[in-house]
Design a protein around this ligand. Structure first.
Ligand SMILES: [Zn+2]
Length: 153
């Protein structure tokens, strides 16, 4: 996909809604360009998320936008699936409806956890993905997603 098309198809409001622990559910969403857009569309020289929480939000937004390249770039190399494809137009692909952040725990300078609930629809049915995700910060100072535990509720 060329960069101009990618930019033209970006939303005005950020799909992540600026989700954060204790954020009111009806709060006005931030602008995409001011929120996850500066990470997703920033390229190699762009801003990197300063916290695992910001990275979590931007990865949710990348799923909404189908930006597989960003998901791969922010996934720890040893856990990133080889067949990762977030194309929202693919058959059976989830339609993401919203993100809520339950918890952001900074464990130390290079480890953090984020617990979230993401709502989505697929095949006409609504689902919730409730996960506690682990993140690490590399020698380059960038946070990356490692893996997560799914909560069965
Ligand atoms: Zn955002």
């Amino acid at each position: 996909m060329n960069a101009e098309f990618a930019r033209a198809s970006r939303p005005t409001d950020c799909p992540c809604g600026g989700a954060a622990p204790n954020r009111a559910s009806g709060a006005k969403p931030p602008r995409y360009a001011d929120c996850c857009g500066r990470f997703i569309d920033g390229g190699d020289g762009g801003d990197a998320p300063a916290t695992a929480l910001e990275l979590m939000r931007s990865r949710y937004t990348a799923y909404v936008l189908g930006d597989t390249g960003y998901l791969r770039a922010t996934w720890a190399a040893h856990t990133c699936p080889a067949d990762l494809d977030a194309d929202p137009a693919a058959p059976g692909a989830p339609r993401w409806l919203g993100l809520a952040i339950r918890r952001h725990d900074v464990l130390d300078a290079t480890h953090a956890e984020v617990e979230f609930v993401a709502r989505y629809k697929t095949g006409g049915r609504a689902f919730r993905l409730h996960e506690s995700s682990r993140f690490t910060r590399g020698d380059d100072g960038r946070w990356r997603y490692v893996d997560g535990d799914i909560h069965e509720n």
